[in-house]
Design a protein around this ligand. Structure first.
Ligand code: MF3
Ligand code: CO
Length: 276
């Protein structure tokens, strides 16, 4: 989602350092989620945990009240693509849940997401998670000076849609990030190489593939937020905060601590595609 302001803002080194602190606080919060997540928990419990963790770290949950969004996290289970409201429904073995969260720390935004597996998930779901995560890194590889937004977009679409036949959501896109949650430019997960704004050093963007196992078509529920796949098949969402650099993008958020907690939590299936 985004709110354009018509101008691309570049950050100073000092501002990038502050943005890294904000991004890492989100990573740390998602790590707390990864430590406790298991079948039987509700996403409302996770919302409370995240809200308290962020406040304990002198930050503000940025989604809460953003355009009227009523919670700290977006918790999107199975066929919910993004913007799922936390609720009292117990998570169950085989579910996949994307937790998306933002903070404001010292005036700067961090905003990222991770999709978790609850217990033993299906092979198809595991593959969708793996390919979507891989596509995020393929996009990040293109996030360097003198490339264009379309190079990132194409890399994501190529890996997910062209190579694996998944549906790339068109209605929602990644975005610039800074003092605002949504800055220019838009970062679609589909597009043409060589198209779009040229990337310059110290532009910070949130790259966030939202990838459906089936068709790309989605709809928004009556609550005005919850986005679901039309065909009811699952969807996966990963998001990183990334700073454009000359030879290699600087990833501000940190999946390594989330992945470590995921591996150590026996209730989460962090295993690769093939499960015996
Ligand atoms: N990460 C999402 C985005 O960038 C979620 C924000 S929606 C909100 O668009 F309203 F909850 F903030
Ligand atoms: Co975002």
């Amino acid at each position: 989602m985004r709110r354009p302001n018509g101008m691309i803002l570049y950050k100073t080194e000092a501002q990038v350092a502050l943005m890294k602190e904000a991004a890492v606080l989100v990573s740390k919060t998602l790590t707390e989620v990864a430590k406790v997540l298991k079948a039987g928990m509700t996403t409302m419990q996770l919302d409370k945990l995240c809200n308290e963790f962020v406040k304990d770290h002198k930050a503000i949950p940025s989604f809460l009240n953003y355009s009227g969004y009523p919670y700290t996290i977006c918790a999107s289970v199975n066929d919910v693509v993004v913007h799922g409201f936390p609720n009292e429904v117990a998570l169950k073995d085989g579910d996949i849940v994307s937790i998306d969260m933002g903070v404001i720390l010292n005036g700067w935004h961090g905003d990222h997401a991770y999709t978790f597996a609850i217990g033993k998930i299906g092979e198809d779901e595991a593959k969708l998670i793996q390919i979507t995560k891989e596509s995020l890194y393929k996009g990040i590889e293109k996030a360097i000076v003198n490339n264009r937004i379309g190079d990132i977009s194409y890399a994501i679409q190529e890996h997910t849609e062209f190579k694996n036949g998944y549906g790339v959501v068109r209605e929602l896109v990644g975005h610039g990030l800074g003092k605002q949650l949504h800055e220019d430019p838009q970062v679609p997960n589909y597009g043409k190489r060589g198209n779009g704004p040229k990337l310059k050093e110290n532009l910070v963007i949130a790259i966030e593939p939202m990838i459906n196992m089936g068709s790309k078509d989605v709809y928004t529920e009556e609550d005005g937020w919850t986005v679901r796949t039309r065909d009811g098949k699952p969807s996966v969402h990963f998001e990183h905060d990334v700073c454009i650099k000359r030879n290699k993008a600087l990833i501000l958020s940190d999946y390594s601590i989330i992945e470590k907690a995921e591996r150590e939590n026996i209730n989460l299936s962090a295993s690769p595609i093939i499960q015996f």
